[in-house]
Design a protein around this ligand. Sequence first.
Ligand code: ZN
Length: 451
Amino acid sequence: MATDKSPDEESSEQPVPAQPAPRAKRRRYAPIKIANQIPKRRRMEIEKALGEVTETPAKWSRNGGTKNHNFLKKRIKPGTIRHIEYDLLDVDIGESWPVPVSVVHGSRPGPVVTLLGAVHGDELVGPLALTYLCGPNFMGEDRLIDPNAIAGTIRIIPIINLPGYRRRTRYFPDRRDLNRSFPGNPDSNTTSRVASGVWKNLVLGSDYIIDFHSAAKGRTNVPQIRANLAHPSSNRIARGFGIETILDSEGPRGSLRRTANENDMACITFEGGGPDEADPESVQISMYGIINILRTLRMLPGYPSKPRFRMLASGSVWIRSDQGGLLDVLAPAGSFVEEGEIVATVTDPEIPGESHDILSPVQGLLISTATHPFVNSGSPIGHLLPVKRGVSTLKSRLDDEGCLIISGSDGDPPWRDDEDIEDIAIFGEWSGGSPDAEWGPSDSVDEEEDN
Ligand SMILES: [Zn+2]
């Protein structure tokens, strides 16, 4: 894999918007409103969270000067980049699985942001985006990630689950899921030992964490953010990422996101594309989101780009097949579908000539679709955010195929005031308790959610 190639094929320019003109006039708007379709108790929790992020901690004060960043027993000087290897297992003999860690320690004080890819070894969008970010087009003197221009510290680990990646699987070699194992235990099973080390050595000390994922086997996700919006600093970076679809959920037990939030660290999950693929749109949007968050946190100069609208979803609707056979999905992930629209057909090679249509039960945005054609009656084939309000706003951002044009995928979205963004609430609840519960077990091991 070439690391010196930008995902933007047209040029070696960074695929992030040019710095927008400074804001001319600041228009006065009411504070961000959470649409009243979100359940009232949750709405109050989120509104409280929005009010809690204003202060800049004293440790990031410019007056204090910048200190060395102590990390993995190394002292990293301000204004420098270090590439370090971290052993996932602390052993004298046998497999230690050294993974690369890049640390950019800015010349000015600021937050510590940790970016992780491939906690699941077959989800390759994160590793690609983070590898590009560490490449010469982005990192170094006079590049976007210039340690002399940065405030704060960025830790980048493009690939955490190195053994899973090499074996092309989500899991560690003991068939356990790292993202159900945090904060881990140094005396327990292999995956739990790795989780414990990653937690103590790479995660702790972070102020903000972005964990990059893709859908699990058999499905694909439209680029989306998942965050506990009632967690104030997570809410801030979830919105700061700059894309349209935000799923409000705590994350599964033992996931990095949920465990980080329980320990007062901001953490969001990016989801984009499917496993075993390098979805270029998801890679580009990942990098766009990282830059936006670094700008939102004032770690990089320039203004973050903002979407035209955001969908804050507290629930969803599942589309299921009522027949068995082979699936042909007509509406890809990202499609806006009408109630009654045919989203897929099912045929049975054992009874040629018969075909059944699968209709969308409501109007909304398909955020995930099945990619494996084999279905039984009851198999989920699509995951839909029902949209009742903001339909015309959403439709104004559809392409010729009826798919949402996601900010960051279409050149230079204009910079906007946060108050100018229309929030569209999606009412409901997660069937089974979490966004991906209905996908059911995948790859023959229990699992309830993609991230
Ligand atoms: Zn994942």
